[in-house]
Structures are given as C-alpha cells and as structure tokens.
Design a protein around this ligand. Structure first.
Ligand code: GLP
Length: 265
C-alpha cells in the first residue's frame, strides 16, 4: 500500500483523474470499478473536462460500480445509477450498455448479486477500482464486521452510514434506505489495481486506522493492506493523523512513477 499526500482535495482528485485517464489511454478496453460519494465528484468533473477538451475516449471501456441502494429505482435522484449518469455517463462517450451497477430493485436480490459477480468475471475482472471510505471505515457498503472474503451481496447499513448519507436524502437518516447491494471485500481485493481517494479532516481518524491500523473486519478498508497494488491518494487534512507522513512524502518525491506529478506538491 502506498500513500500519496497532496496539498488539497482538488489536487488529490486531479491525480486520481490523471491516473485513470492514463490507464484508459493505454488500455481503451479498460474495466473500471467506480465509486460514488461526495469525495468522487471532483474526479468525475475532471474526467468530463478531459473528454470535452482533450477527447478522452470512453467508447470501449466498461464500468462496474461498487454498490447500489435497495428499493430505490434507477431514476430516483438518490440512486447511485442516477449519480453516475448525471456526473459521468451522460457527459462522456461511454456506451450505456457497458456501465453496470447492481439492480437494487431486482425481485430476486440473491440472484442479482450472483449475476453481478458473474458479469465482472465475464468482463475479465476489474482493472482499476476506485474506492472512497465511509465514516465507519467501509469500502463500498461493506459495513463493520463484513467478511474480508465476502463477494457481492446484500448488506444492512449501519446507523452511522445512514447518518453520513442523510444529506443526499433531504437531511433525515430515516429517509436513507436500510439495505444495499455491495461488491464484497473479496471482490474489491480481486481488482488488479486499486485507488482509494480520501479527503477532508473528518476522514483523518478512520484513514489512519485503515492504513496504519491492524487489518480488521471492524474497518473493512483496512483489508486493502492485502491488495497487491493499492495506492491511497489523500489531502493534507485527511493525512493529518498518519504516523508515517514523512515516509509517504519521501516515496512520492523519489519514486519514478510520480516524477511527472511532482508539481502537485
Ligand atoms: N457507499 C458509499 C461509499 O462507497 C463511499 O465511499 C462513502 C463515502 O462518501 P463521501 O465521499 O460522501 O464521504 O459513501 C457511501 O457510503
């Protein structure tokens, strides 16, 4: 696991968007794992910008989102399908048929979870997975005590998560669905490359637990320590409780991979 610390949220999002664009240019048929949440919004804005101004081409790639709420239809303004369409899919030249989210309205949710896993396998697996982190340390909707080997399945959301996501549902946690379909921790760990983006002071404590704490099902993001190629891009505020800050800075300043991005610090 590698931690990249950048001065602010904008620069952290910029690096993530640049990495993604670089992978997409090198591999037009890239299979992308997508994440939602406020943290990802600037990343998608930057990708749309690159599409409009530089012709970044999404026509051959496909996407699989981490999760979707159960019981709200795709066209509901709070569904993750709606979020993705609004922020990215409707604004770039991606084929809608190549964009995948679990169907939270499926009549047989168990079958839907199996179908989703099979679709990822059929696409050849996820090349680059984006993830954020919830206030309780979740990735996707893998709430505390999720099995670290779990696959796509239904999960009950914790009160903390429903509270965190309440602003998107008019401010009342009671309006946030109680359940979601999420890729499992094991599904996420199978991705070939993983990029976690974490910004803001409110994420500092949970980020330190995820990155420097013990691997624990209580903080499912800590399982990313087992990922073969996981890079964590954070801003100064989110990094403020990390112990190895100087080491992380030194790695960014010295690894050839990051040479072209030195101007960001
Ligand atoms: N299921 C999503 C997560 O994938 C996301 O990481 C988290 C953080 O959201 P935010 O970026 O708004 O803090 O929100 C939701 O719970």
């Amino acid at each position: 696991m590698e931690v990249i610390i950048l001065p602010n949220q904008q620069k952290a999002a910029y690096l993530v968007a640049q990495i993604l664009a670089k992978e997409l240019k090198a591999h037009p048929r890239l299979v992308l794992g997508m994440a939602t949440g406020r943290t990802m919004e600037p990343v998608y804005r930057l990708l749309v910008d690159m599409h409009q101004k530089e012709g970044l081409d999404f026509s051959l790639c496909s996407t699989f989102n981490l999760d979707e709420y159960i019981g709200i239809p795709a066209d509901h303004p709070c569904s993750y399908r709606h979020y993705m369409n609004e922020l990215l899919f409707d604004r770039v030249n991606i084929a809608k048929a190549n964009t995948h989210l679990p169907d939270g309205m499926a009549s047989d949710l168990g079958a839907e979870c199996l179908r989703y896993e099979a679709a990822i396998t059929q696409a050849g697996g996820i090349d680059l997975q984006l993830v954020g982190i919830g206030s309780d340390g979740h990735i996707g909707f893998n709430e505390p005590l999720s099995s670290l080997r779990s696959r796509t399945r239904e999960k009950a959301l914790t009160p903390a998560t429903r509270e965190q996501n309440a602003p998107m549902f008019g401010g009342d946690p009671a309006n946030v669905p109680r359940r979601a379909i999420t890729m499992g921790v094991g599904t996420i760990l199978d991705s070939r490359r993983c990029l976690m983006l974490v910004t803001g002071k409110s994420k500092a404590t949970i980020l330190a637990k995820a990155v420097e704490g013990p691997i624990s099902a209580m903080v499912t993001a800590s399982a990313l320590q087992l990922h073969p190629r996981c890079q964590v891009v954070v801003d100064e505020e989110a990094a403020s409780e990390l112990k190895e800050i100087e080491y992380h800075r030194w790695v960014f300043a010295n690894e050839p991979e990051w040479a072209e991005f030195q101007n960001l610090v």
